[in-house]
Design a binder for this molecule. Structure first.
Ligand code: KIV
Length: 278
């Protein structure tokens, strides 16, 4: 059954960890839903993982809605969060509401996620007032990674940690139902999780968060070039996928694929079609 925001709040209060994974298409969302994942994120990591961009910055609303709709078609019974792409909410509450409504109406997402702290609280409140549930995202915020000096752990020094705590409290006051903490020292993420009433979902933020999220392609080992330190690979699919593809290629070349069992056969005599006309 599709969980809701109250369920996630109840899980935090009962000390039950929340499991979240990213998904970008229907076949994956169906599989993750069957496994019992609590919620899915159609992350703007889509840009890097699926669309081949160097960062999440170029991703558009149209691309997000396209993939989020596929995720929903694959899994009706799971809570889905759609990631608001860069440029879809920074221009003010009116644009944010229009784009948030587009997400919810066209892809049937349950909530949207956006990056930032106190600077986005006005937009968060406006979205929540419009009936759109919002998840926050603090720490390493990939859309503005260049302002953070790259893809680095955030909140190591006291002033940055104080700001993150203030941002988390402000987001909670603005009405977010949960906050992703990305690349945050475990000690700080644990303290923030205890301080907040709402759940935190960690990625590279240690075991003290109320839930965890990973990019599905990373945790299944579908990508071999680079694995972030915070990723645990629960499978190594890339070598298996390559092995399967190489076997197929060899069998196509040798003519052993397709075999009789993969074909269709019938008793019709077709030879009259090819008989030379007299
Ligand atoms: O875009 C994404 O996949 C994310 C997660 C890494 C939290 O924002």
């Amino acid at each position: 059954m599709r969980k809701n925001i109250q369920d996630f709040q109840g899980m935090k209060e009962a000390g039950i960890k929340i499991s979240m994974l990213t998904a970008y298409d229907a076949s994956m969302s169906s599989l993750l839903s069957e496994c019992g994942t609590d919620m899915l994120l159609v992350g703007d990591s889509l840009g890097m993982v699926v669309l081949g961009y160097d960062s999440t910055v170029p991703v558009t609303m149209e691309q997000m809605v396209h993939h989020a709709s596929a995720v929903r078609r694959g899994a009706a019974d799971i809570f889905v969060v759609g990631d608001m792409p860069f440029g879809s909410y920074q221009t003010g509450s009116r644009d944010a509401i229009n784009n948030g409504l587009k997400f919810i109406k066209e892809s049937d997402c349950d909530a949207v996620k956006l990056e930032g702290g106190q600077e986005v609280c006005e937009v968060v409140s406006a979205l929540v007032r419009s009936g759109i549930s919002v998840m926050g995202h603090l720490g390493l915020t990939p859309q503005t990674a260049s302002q953070l000096g790259g893809y680095k752990v955030q909140g190591k020094e006291l002033p940055a940690a104080e700001k993150m705590v203030a941002d988390a409290r402000a987001l909670q006051d603005a009405g977010v139902f949960a906050i992703v903490l990305e690349c945050v020292p475990e000690e700080l993420a644990t303290l923030i999780s205890k301080d907040l009433k709402i759940p935190t979902i960690g990625i590279g933020a240690g075991a003290g968060c109320d839930g965890q999220v990973l990019v599905i392609n990373d945790m299944l080992g579908m990508f071999e070039k680079f694995t972030p330190k915070f990723v645990k690979q629960y499978a190594k699919l890339a070598p298996l996928m390559k092995q399967g593809v190489q076997e197929y290629l060899a069998e196509v070349k040798s003519g052993t694929f397709p075999a009789a069992e993969q074909g269709f056969s019938c008793a019709t005599d077709y030879s009259s079609i090819f008989r030379e006309e007299e």
